[in-house]
Design a protein around this ligand. Structure first.
Ligand code: NDP
Ligand code: 2IT
Length: 454
């Protein structure tokens, strides 16, 4: 069967169904990828029909096919002397507006579908930042949990002995994501530098001593709260005194909590794959510092009951009565049933720190219930935005002060909010999903059309 058919119809709904059927047929067994494309296409297709050049140019069909998908063996030796084999990937999705850019994820659930969903989302997110960055994503099905520091080092070094030939400061610039933070970036950068014998800004999230940017570590979490603040202000609301649920306990979650505390909000929860931590009186900066310290020593949230915190094993935070929720762990952590629980818990706004934490059914429910919804592409774009500023600083050989980078982050998140309003406002109401998808799409689509057909 020819599954690269042209969907010839003047009806946007029929076009959506036909396009999605072709995508599913071409990409069997990739449910996360189908989900991400369906979510974007739902809001993009009506816009395509109002702007026929995109239909004629088959832009959606071209955008949903990665430029290139690399997969490779990563062999390493564990502390017991066993030889271990993992699979590494890099999806170079689209470089129409800049070099491929996006994180590396080390997690046992990593596969082609997960990385294609993440790479696809990155196209729109990176475009929304207003900065010249294309889209990519990569990683490995490696589980960092329980590994020694030496094992992590050997894995990162082996991973880079293949990845290095595919990346470069004006080709593809990876960074961190789940399971990849400052330590892993350092091991990978060290090996990249050694193999290529060049000191370039080919990775972001680097240490401050060797070309990293101040505020990059904080940027996704801080940016999430700046974005939420913009949305709430636009609706004459604010964070002061509001009860907030945060899921996850990693990079994004920790700095989201820090900024929420600074804004006067009361943060009740954090979570990980084993359960959630409830702090009824609200997490203070002191408690957060203690959590960060224990986490950096490899401790789990459940070990924190030692400092008097309440841990609920096997549960998610969504049933705790609150005003706003910030899912910041992983994809599909809010299914339809969770969405219903959140609304019953009194939650009036959901701002996505993680990538695609809500299923499409959960999103539909939030919209039906008039919940303010800040989608990941807009809400968590602060991390990659500051990565782009790290690239700029590396290009000009300068290191900007903390206040300057934080100021830029605030300006970027405000601009993303304005773009969402520009493209998502209808009948005096803003749909941030439509706004983020169309706002991210236009620049990339126009660049692609200007290049002709290839
Ligand atoms: P970290 O590895 O620092 O932390 C991940 C956190 O999420 C951990 O607490 C982890 O718990 C939890 N988690 C991961 N997988 C699952 C799961 N299957 N079920 C329940 N909990 C889980 O990652 P980040 O904070 O960097 O990333 C979190 C999310 O934010 C991801 O979706 C990522 O793509 C997104 N993001 C990250 C950016 C960044 O700059 N780092 C930028 C933009 C988005 P446990 O330890 O138990 O696994
Ligand atoms: O999902 C993301 O935007 C990231 N993991 C950050 C990517 C980056 O290149 O900084």
């Amino acid at each position: 069967m020819d599954n690269t058919f042209i969907c010839e119809t003047q009806n946007p709904k029929e076009y959506f169904d036909c396009f999605m059927q072709g995508l599913i047929d071409r990409n069997p067994g990739e449910p996360e990828f189908h989900q991400a494309v369906a979510e974007v296409s739902k809001s993009i297709v009506p816009f395509l029909y109002e702007n026929q050049k995109y239909v004629k140019g088959q832009v959606l069909e071209r955008l949903s096919e990665p430029d290139r998908l690399l997969s490779f063996r990563v062999c390493w030796e564990d502390d017991k002397g066993n030889i271990r084999t993992n699979r590494g990937y890099r999806v170079q999705f689209n470089n129409s507006i800049g070099p491929y850019k996006g994180g590396l994820r080390f997690h046992p659930t990593v596969n082609q579908s997960v990385l294609k969903f993440l790479g696809f989302e990155q196209i729109f997110k990176n475009s929304l930042t207003g900065l010249p960055i294309g889209a990519g994503k990569g990683g490995a099905n490696f589980d960092p949990k329980g590994k020694s520091d030496s094992e992590i080092m050997r894995f990162c070094q082996s991973f880079m002995t293949e990845l290095y030939r595919h990346i470069g400061e004006d080709v593809d610039v990876p960074a961190g994501d789940i399971g990849v933070g400052g330590r892993e970036i350092s091991y990978m950068f060290g090996m990249y530098k050694r193999i290529t014998n060049r000191f370039t800004g080919t990775l972001t999230g680097k240490g401050i001593e060797y070309g990293g940017s101040l505020i990059r570590e904080e940027a996704t979490g801080y940016g999430l709260i700046y974005f939420a603040d913009n949305v709430l202000n636009h609706h004459n609301e604010g964070l002061q005194g509001k009860r907030c649920l945060v899921s996850g306990a990693g990079n994004v979650a920790q700095f989201a909590v820090e900024k929420l505390i600074e804004k006067g909000a009361k943060v009740l929860t954090l979570s990980d794959s084993e359960g959630f931590l409830l702090v009824r009186e609200g997490i203070t900066q002191d408690v957060l510092e203690e959590i960060k310290k224990l986490k950096s020593q490899g401790k789990r949230l459940k070990d924190l009951s030692g400092i008097g915190l309440e841990f609920h094993p096997g549960k998610t935070p969504w049933g705790v009565s609150a005003d706003y929720a910030f899912p910041s762990a992983t994809q599909n952590e809010i299914e339809l049933e969770d969405a219903k629980v959140l609304v019953e818990s009194g939650v009036k706004g959901v701002f996505e720190g993680a990538n695609m934490p809500s299923t499409n059914e959960a999103i539909e429910y939030f919209l039906k219930e008039n919940i303010l919804f800040g989608p990941a592409k807009a809400a968590n774009a602060g991390g990659v935005a500051i990565s782009a500023l790290e690239m700029s600083q590396n290009n000009i050989g300068l290191s900007w002060p903390r206040e300057k980078v934080d100021g830029e982050l605030q300006v970027i998140m405000k601009r993303i909010h304005s773009t969402c309003v520009k493209y998502g406002e209808k009948d005096g109401k803003t749909c941030y999903i439509t706004g983020a998808n169309i706002g991210g799409f236009v620049k990339v689509a126009d660049a692609m059309l200007s290049f002709g057909v290839y």
